[in-house]
Design a protein around this ligand. Structure first.
Ligand SMILES: NC(=O)c1ccc[n+]([C@@H]2O[C@H](COP(=O)([O-])OP(=O)(O)OC[C@H]3O[C@@H](n4cnc5c(N)ncnc54)[C@H](O)[C@@H]3O)[C@@H](O)[C@H]2O)c1
Length: 251
């Protein structure tokens, strides 16, 4: 018995990092998984690796800033696997910059992917979740959606938007058994955090020093939280915030 038996899940940004870990874990727990990303080669490889292990996964090209791409991705899930139960809005980008260093282009690019992308994914998924009799939406925010960040203005604003968009979704669709919860990771060892650590004002050692549990998180630390919120184990949770940050925002 898998914890995701019978469920169909769509994961944005699933070609690498946290999204790929979630795709692998969901499939190993019995879900049928649709991976959407801009990185076609990497995304197809993740789907093929899942299939080699006996799981069920497919890849679709998805730019989360495109409403048409979202409609195609949701349609692909339904035509291949019959329905859609779970959406993980995981795709995201990060750029450095205090307020005065942030260009309008940076601001727009980040809001488009991190904030508008979550809105468009949710909008596309809800009608199919309604058809399925309910669903679970998991939005990947950040600790930067809970507290101010010293070096990322637009990113912090975009992740704050994800936190409250999640609560709006939760209260609007609770009556239809469509749940929405946000996850707030601390520093997680992926390509994105290596970009953060490239600056002179931050490093792996500094991230660890700020984290009470004394390490950087792994992709599986987050994937297990996403799995819990995606499965029926969390059926009384909606509009909530799951913080997975080694204790860094508890200080
Ligand atoms: N790594 C961290 O420390 C950390 C901390 C908190 C939150 N997060 C969040 O976790 C999520 C996953 O990030 P990650 O750490 O795995 O980083 P990552 O850079 O490895 O993965 C992000 C994925 O999103 C995809 N993506 C980017 N723009 C896209 C678009 N327009 N359409 C579709 N896909 C797109 C990328 O191709 C990539 O596969 C992001 O939302 C990120 O903001 C990360």
């Amino acid at each position: 018995m898998g914890r995701m038996d019978g469920k169909v899940a769509l994961i944005s940004g699933g070609a690498r990092g946290q999204g790929a870990a979630e795709a692998r874990l969901f499939a190993s727990e019995g879900a049928k998984v649709v991976i959407g990303d801009l990185l076609d080669v990497e995304g197809m490889r993740v789907a093929a690796e899942i299939a080699e292990l006996g799981g069920d996964a497919m890849y679709v090209h998805l730019d989360v800033t495109s409403e048409e791409d979202w409609q195609s991705a949701v349609a692909a899930a339904v035509s291949s696997y019959g329905k859609l139960d779970v959406l993980v809005n995981n795709a995201g980008i990060w750029r450095r910059g205090r307020v005065e260093d942030t260009t309008v282009e940076d601001w727009d690019a980040i809001q488009n992917v991190n904030s508008k992308g979550v809105f468009l994914g949710t909008k596309a998924a809800i009608p199919e979740m309604r058809n399925a009799g309910g669903g679970s939406i998991i939005n990947i925010s950040s600790t930067a959606g809970l507290v101010g960040g010293p070096r990322s203005t637009a990113y912090t604003a975009s992740k704050g938007a994800v936190r409250l968009f999640t609560k709006a979704t939760a209260i609007q669709y609770a009556g239809e058994s469509i749940r929405a919860n946000s996850i707030h990771p601390g520093p997680i060892d992926t390509e994105m955090i290596h970009q953060v650590w490239q600056g002179e004002d931050n490093s792996r050692e500094e991230s660890i020093a700020r984290t009470p549990l004394g390490r950087v998180g792994t992709v599986d630390d987050i994937a297990y939280g996403v799995l819990f919120l995606a499965s029926d184990e969390s059926s009384f949770m909606t509009g909530s915030e799951l913080v997975i940050d080694g204790g860094s925002t508890a200080q």
